[in-house]
Design a protein around this ligand. Structure first.
Ligand code: G6P
Length: 362
């Protein structure tokens, strides 16, 4: 595979651009021609036999776990619990009777995640590693593996692995739901929905200039910023803020829009950028209310809304995808926000200070 940068100034931009292709490749890998999912039946069975799914991960992969939780729970009808790998190694919290562990790791080498996997293996529980690197440590040591197949990710800031992880788990979710005879699983046309996701990403990618201008106006000199959202958009806000912090050094918090008023709103000053994500019709009005609250306290609001929910004053519109997949479509503009902020501040986008691509120490 091509691991050169080609004409790209940074790997990160190349990897952002590759995401529609990653979606289509995942369709080719995991969707059978007969309409059935090509997911290892052993994995499906292990999930079916479990009473709780534990997703263990670090960094961006941890956020991808949140981005997958709603869909996993809806389609497997099994509760999903998230664990920060570095914390879970110290002592397992009280586990359910039949836990199934899912390790999300782009590199498959993260030591924090591995220390949990070693304990899981000691306890004899089944596990799945979802990774971008075949033959990686976490892949070899877990019971099962599903590959993202996104191609090498070189930039330290992870982009296509996040979207690829969620899409990979979509195939698992659908396979389990179908195997359980769930009507909502049969109705969830994943091939069609992921194709729409690929198109949505392409539409966003064609509007990078628009984002570059918003960055120039709002994020060039600020020391801090906020991303807010509700439900899935809250999970995306967490990843969006991590991305911005990692490569632009802007201190940014991803916040549940409704929680802002319970303390954090005191940090809003004149000109503080607040980026609001709005993709869910059931909470759009409430998030808009939160935007008004911060604007009345001087914030510069930047609204990123899904098509159909947009208002004239909004800054960016993302084309519509299935509600379980909005973490993928909505994260893409935020990747570009982070990228542009880093570029315009003259920073090394691909190699931010103090960070490593894979951290193999605890
Ligand atoms: C490092 C990287 C992050 C990444 C995290 C988890 O800290 O800098 O970008 O999200 O590790 O990596 P993994 O390979 O396990 O997904």
């Amino acid at each position: 595979s091509d691991i050169g940068k080609g004409t790209y100034p940074f790997y990160m931009l190349k990897e952002i651009d590759e995401q529609p292709a990653v979606m289509r490749k995942l369709i080719a890998t995991y969707a059978g021609e007969n309409g059935l999912m090509k997911v290892d039946p052993e994995i499906v069975k292990a999930v079916q036999e479990s009473d709780r799914l534990y997703i263990i991960a670090a960094g961006t992969s941890y956020n991808a776990g949140y981005g997958s939780k709603m869909m996993l729970e809806a389609l497997t009808e099994t509760p999903v619990e998230l664990g920060v790998a570095s914390e879970w190694g110290y002592g397992m919290p009280l586990l359910s009777k039949k836990p199934f562990f899912i390790f999300l790791s782009q590199s498959g080498e993260t030591a924090d995640s591995r220390q949990v996997l070693l304990k899981v293996n000691e306890l004899g529980y089944p596990s799945l590693t979802v990774t971008n690197v075949p033959g990686s440590t976490l892949s070899r040591e877990a019971t099962y593996t599903m590959l993202i197949g996104a191609g090498p990710e070189i930039a330290v800031a992870s982009t296509k692995a996040y979207t690829g992880q969620i899409a990979t788990l979509a195939f698992l979710s659908k396979a389990v739901g179908e195997s359980n005879g769930l009507q909502i699983a049969k109705d969830f046309d994943l091939v069609k929905e992921l194709s729409l996701v690929a198109q949505s990403i392409e539409a966003t990618l064609s509007e990078k200039e628009k984002i570059a201008k918003i960055v120039e106006k709002n994020l060039l000199t600020t020391r801090n910023a906020f991303y807010i959202g509700r439900k899935m958009d809250y999970f995306v806000a967490m990843e969006a803020s991590l991305k911005l912090k990692e490569i632009s050094y802007v201190q940014c918090e991803g916040f549940a829009a409704g929680e802002l008023k319970h303390g954090t709103i005191s940090l809003i000053e004149k000109g503080t950028p607040v980026l609001a994500l709005i993709s869910d019709p059931s909470v759009a009005a409430h998030t808009r209310g939160n935007v008004m609250e911060v604007v009345s306290r001087g914030a510069s609001a930047i609204v990123i809304a899904q098509k159909g929910l947009e208002q004239e004053s909004d800054d960016f519109v993302v084309s519509k995808v299935h509600p379980w997949l909005t973490a993928i479509s909505m994260v893409v503009p935020t990747q570009i926000f982070a990228y542009e902020t880093s570029v315009q501040r003259g920073l090394d986008v691909d190699k931010p200070r103090n960070l490593a691509k894979a951290v193999t120490v605890e």
